[in-house]
Write a new protein. Structure first.
Length: 255
């Protein structure tokens, strides 16, 4: 008998056509991690459940199957659709940012591994993007990226400096993806440039202190945090570019 799962909390990360009338739905579930289900016939018949096959909706999903590709049995919103359709209210930078979160999860989460804490962080990030002023969107992204790296086992060592001492606010540190941080010449941001494992990111200790406490009040902290997170994620993403990052470049205003 096929294993059955009923009314599992989930979000849709991505959907793609399958054969003539079906869809493959890539889900991020609270208890089962990332998985894929085939929704048979939903395109051809325009079944009522088709309207729930949208990103950013808090869903309840039922499926059967033991293989990597499950079969969808039912899908519904956790709340009445009029209250739950967050995707319809996300727009502009907030929408692109939410798609970026989905792409990160699709690219980096191994299928079948539960990540309950990260699921909660994802929910918080979507709510923040829905309510955020544009200046707060970057904060939301940095917090989620930090949580994602930690959940994957590649968390940034922000608790203290490489010697186990408090960060020196005015000192400079180079980020070495395979090793963490290394204190460098305070007179230049490029002092670690000769190292083969140097990724080009140096930042002052005051920024690392702020990041350790999730304090992004200063524009300087946000600026350096973006560079740092991009470098740390790139190690895990490899050479294939993120589509949402390309979309951000394409939609950025030209001077």
């Amino acid at each position: 008998m096929s294993a059955a799962t009923t009314l599992a909390p989930a979000y849709l990360l991505h959907r793609r056509p399958y054969r003539n009338s079906s869809l493959i739905l890539d889900l991020f579930t609270q208890e089962h991690g990332r998985l894929s289900v085939v929704a048979k016939g939903v395109k051809k018949a325009r079944l009522p459940i088709f309207r729930y096959c949208q990103p950013f909706l808090p869903l309840l999903v039922s499926w059967v199957g033991r293989s990597d590709l499950k079969t969808l049995v039912d899908i519904e919103a956790q709340r009445p659709l009029a209250d739950a359709s967050m995707h319809a209210r996300l727009e502009g930078n907030a929408l692109i940012s939410a798609l970026y979160l989905n792409e990160l999860l699709m690219r980096l989460l191994p299928p079948g591994d539960p990540h309950g804490d990260l699921y909660h962080n994802y929910q918080l990030a979507l709510r923040a993007l829905l309510q955020s002023e544009s200046s707060q969107i970057e904060v939301t992204l940095r917090l989620f990226e930090k949580a994602l790296l930690s959940e994957l086992g590649f968390g940034l060592p922000l608790a203290h400096d490489p010697q186990g001492e408090p960060w020196v606010a005015e000192a400079w540190y180079a980020f070495l993806p395979e090793h963490g941080f290394e204190k460098i010449d305070q007179q230049t941001e490029n002092a670690a440039g000769g190292r083969a494992d140097y990724c080009g990111v140096c930042l002052p200790g005051r920024v690392l202190l702020a990041m350790a406490h999730d304090d992004y009040a200063q524009p300087e902290t946000l600026r350096y945090a973006k560079k740092l997170m991009r470098a740390a994620l790139q190690v895990q993403l490899g050479s294939k570019p993120l589509k949402t990052r390309q979309l951000i470049y394409a939609t950025a205003p030209r001077a």
